[in-house]
Ligand binder design. Structure first.
Ligand SMILES: Nc1ncnc2c1ncn2[C@@H]1O[C@H](COP(=O)(O)OP(=O)(O)OP(=O)(O)O)[C@@H](O)[C@H]1O
Ligand SMILES: [Mg+2]
Length: 199
């Protein structure tokens, strides 16, 4: 197993958000998490990637992780190129190895022409392409994507699925928070988060 969660619980003050979450992700799978607004999907993703500490429970993971947060964490005054340089350093990837990877992402998601534009001048969808590309930059074994196609046009949305299907074939475990239940067949498994538990 790439990831195992056992009895994860989380609350903010007296508000219990997650009561008892247990599940596993195996290599080469795409898993969906659905649930109404405020049900705790993003909090759960933050706990999995280690950005937030659970109140109770255990997480076992022994792999590299890519995380695409629901709200992109980008620097408004930096260009796309500067983001790739910054995040390559942060992930500890050699510049020469990072370059072909981000060039492939720029081509695949069709936003190469904005490489030297500052983030504040980019459309929401283009910012989201960068948010997603940063999660993919170091070719992680576990991908945590929180509503990753928010704002994507139809072509980009299709390209998103082409890319993730290819990653699944290479053995990546992918966890996607989504509201698009019409896309059920794309997932190996879908969980619903309700009352702090997965169904
Ligand atoms: N830092 C915080 N302090 C207090 N409450 C918080 C904090 N972060 C999240 N919450 C609460 O936790 C609950 C779950 O929030 P979360 O963002 O995980 O929902 P979500 O399922 O991702 O919703 P959405 O579909 O709108 O993205 C909400 O009630 C939210 O108000
Ligand atoms: Mg959320």
């Amino acid at each position: 197993m790439i990831l195992t969660l056992e009895h994860i619980a989380m609350s903010f003050g007296r508000k219990e958000v997650l009561t008892d979450i247990s599940f596993q992700l195996k290599a080469g799978s795409i898993t969906g998490i659905v649930g109404e607004n405020g049900s705790g999907k993003s909090v759960l993703m933050e706990i999995i990637v280690g950005a937030r500490k659970a109140k109770n429970g255990t997480i076992y993971k022994n792999c590299s992780v890519g995380y695409c947060p629901q709200a992109a964490v980008l620097f408004p005054q930096l260009t796309i190129q500067e983001h790739f340089t910054y995040f390559s350093e942060a992930y500890g990837i050699n510049k020469d190895l990072a370059k072909p990877q981000y060039q492939a992402l720029l081509n695949h998601f069709n936003y190469k022409k904005y490489l030297n534009e500052k983030i504040i001048h980019l459309s929401g969808g283009t910012q989201q392409k960068l948010n997603l590309s940063i999660a993919l930059l170091h070719k992680p074994e576990l991908l945590i994507l929180d509503e990753p196609y928010n704002g994507f046009d139809w072509d980009t949305y299709q390209r998103f699925w082409d890319y993730t299907n290819e990653l699944r074939e290479q053995g990546c475990a992918i966890l996607i928070v989504t509201h698009l239940l019409s896309e059920k067949k794309r997932f190996d498994r879908i969980y619903e988060l309700e009352n702090g538990k997965l169904i």
